[in-house]
Design a protein around this ligand. Sequence first.
Ligand code: APR
Length: 231
Amino acid sequence: MKKIVVLSGAGVSAESGIKTFRDSGGLWEGHNVMDVASPEGWTRDQDLVLNFYNERRKNAIKAKPNEGHLIIAELEKYFSVTVITQNIDNLHEKAGSTNVLHLHGELFKSRSTLDPNLIYDIEGWELKTGDTCEKGAQLRPHIVWFGEMVPMMEVAVEETLTADIFIVIGTSLQVYPAAGLLQYVRSTVPKYIINPNMPDIPGSSNLHLIEEVGSVGMKKVKKILLGEGKK
Ligand code: APR
């Protein structure tokens, strides 16, 4: 079975009503990124950070996967599919994808500030000051903040190196190390880039640029792949 690796970004959730980052003028729901998504921001104002992610969880709970997520999940019928996402929402999982790697963490999970191995599901939308892990330490969002390590990067590189087909959907490819994954795709592997505002793609072979929104782009890629898959 051929292996597809999908690298997704905020754009794949845009049609589900979840705002992207750079399209909203660099502010996140009116907040400076470094105030709500950095260790310094957490130290400065823990409640501001907790409330920021509570608001995002409230939105994400109502959001439904769109055609783009659903087609990515459907491809598991014909291929081995690994989704490497920069998104913290759970729409790939809600759509039925069974192998999702969250490079930047997960909105519906919390983590102990004392022991990073203690990770918990967040029931509902709220995480507040006073919510503690089993060792009594404050819980924080299980999100990779700016300036923090991306622990899943090694696994993501291994997955990318073994891809037979690589799909990039809904990302501006501006944030590293995630954006650097493209460099690990073998030169013989077809790369389908789906984005209505195509970002600059560092010199690469076998590129198929699809200037469409996620749902339309994934319909086109599915047609191409299934045609290929029937050979
Ligand atoms: N379908 C597909 N792509 C879309 C759509 C759509 N309907 N609407 C917008 N896009 C594209 C935009 O053109 C843009 O290139 O999605 C991309 C979103 O880019 P960003 O907002 O930069 O989001 P992303 O690339 O995921 O950001 C990466 O940066 O802010 C940090 O940690 C955060 O994970 C995030 C990372």
